[in-house]
Design a protein around this ligand. Sequence first.
Ligand code: T5A
Length: 228
Amino acid sequence: MAKARVKRRPSRGHFITFEGGEGSGKSTQIRRLAERLNGAKLRTIVTREPGGSPGAEIIRHLLLSGMGKLLGPDAETLLFAAARDDHVRTVILPALNQGTWVLCDRFFDSTRVYQGRLGQVPPGLVSAMQRVTIGDLKPDLTFILDVPVEVGLKRAAARRGSAAPDRFEAENVQFHQDLREAYKQLAAEDPQRCVLINADADADAVSERIWNVLRERLLATVPAASHA
Ligand code: T5A
């Protein structure tokens, strides 16, 4: 009699998020990390928020154009939540369940910092939305890239060229200073998950800092031959 074939479920992938102020270098570093993980034969996808799924990308457009702001802080926050709900259900969870590493440019910490701590949306509303959209899903590791405000804004402006600043880049310098402090506070409050990275250095040096943390915190759990 033929033996029944046992289907082995892949182990859950790792979920890594990148956070920080404008122009802190998240997109640059996330690309580099993905190349390194893929090179080590660890299946990896890169995604972002707001956005990351077809539905959420439409909402991204509304938010970054400033249209969401016209609805007021609570409704704008609901738009971020609606985008996240779609992104989590259609992209992040399926990938993690397939054993894929998911690298996400911003996640719920952005809502907690931009809308909660800085945008003065009541903490009860922020946590209720978090519960509904992500449930128990939490990043395994969050890199918070830290650069002085003037450095981040200068980088963002150089990249943008002659285009107009988006909804959040257009906030005043005090907003960006407060943002930096709020992220530092977040890192101090949740050191198990969040690691503050000094990102005021050339991109190679920042990549090495990130890789060293990742190796120490997560790669210890996967076969050594693949990431020497
Ligand atoms: N938001 C988002 C909320 O308010 N609530 C939420 O819940 C969520 C999810 C998203 C906006 O939405 C807000 C936050 C944001 O304002 P976005 O367009 O996705 O907007 O913008 P950001 O996430 O802020 O990302 P940026 O594209 O502005 O910056 P990055 O990704 O941090 O930086 P990056 O890598 O693109 O680099 C910027 C420039 O600097 C250079 C790069 O080449 C690039 O030109 N650079 C460096 N230069 C020198 N040295 C280095 N080490 C460098 N690293 C990068």
